[in-house]
Design a protein around this ligand. Structure first.
Ligand code: HEC
Length: 108
C-alpha cells in the first residue's frame, strides 16, 4: 500500500513537470505559433489586430517558407500593421511563428 502511494506521487510529479505550462513555454512549437498567429496582443501590439485578421488561417502564406528573410518579413507585419515591437529572431515567439508559417507549405 505504501509503495502504491509512493508510485502515484511519483507519477503525479512527472505529469506535472511535463504537462505544466512552464515546460511548454520553453520550446517553440507549431501549436504555439498558431496561437500567437491568432493572438490580438502579439508583441504587445495595441492595434487589436492579429496576423489572422489579414491572413485568415494563414491564407496567402503558403509560399512564404521560400522567403530567405522570413523573420524580417514577419517583423515587418508586426511593426507595421500590428504596431507591435519586433521579435528577436531567436525568441520562442518568433521561432514558433516561423514553424507555424512553414507548416502552411502546400504538400503538392
Ligand atoms: C493589416 C493586415 C496585416 C496584418 C495584421 C499582418 N499582415 Fe502579413 N502581410 C500583409 C500584407 C498586405 C502582405 C503583403 C502581401 C503580399 O506580399 O502578397 C503581408 C505579407 C506577409 C508575409 C509574406 C508573404 C510571402 O509570401 O512572402 C508574411 C510571412 C506575413 N505577412 C506574416 C504575417 C504575420 C506573422 C503577421 C502577424 C504578426 C502578419 N503577417 C500580420 C498584411 C498583414
Amino acid at each position: 500500500m505504501k509503495h502504491l502511494l509512493c508510485y502515484s506521487l511519483f507519477v503525479m510529479l512527472i505529469v506535472s513537470m511535463h504537462g505544466g505550462e512552464a515546460f511548454a513555454a520553453e520550446k517553440p512549437s507549431v501549436e504555439k505559433g498558431h496561437l500567437l498567429f491568432n493572438s490580438q496582443s502579439l508583441a504587445g501590439a495595441p492595434s487589436g489586430k492579429s496576423c489572422a485578421g489579414c491572413h485568415p488561417a494563414g491564407e496567402g502564406l503558403e509560399n512564404a517558407w521560400k522567403n530567405p528573410n522570413l523573420v524580417g518579413r514577419v517583423n515587418t507585419c508586426i511593426a507595421g500593421p500590428l504596431r507591435g515591437s519586433k521579435l528577436n529572431e531567436n525568441s520562442i515567439e518568433m521561432q514558433s511563428l516561423i514553424m507555424y508559417i512553414r507548416s502552411l507549405k502546400q504538400q503538392h
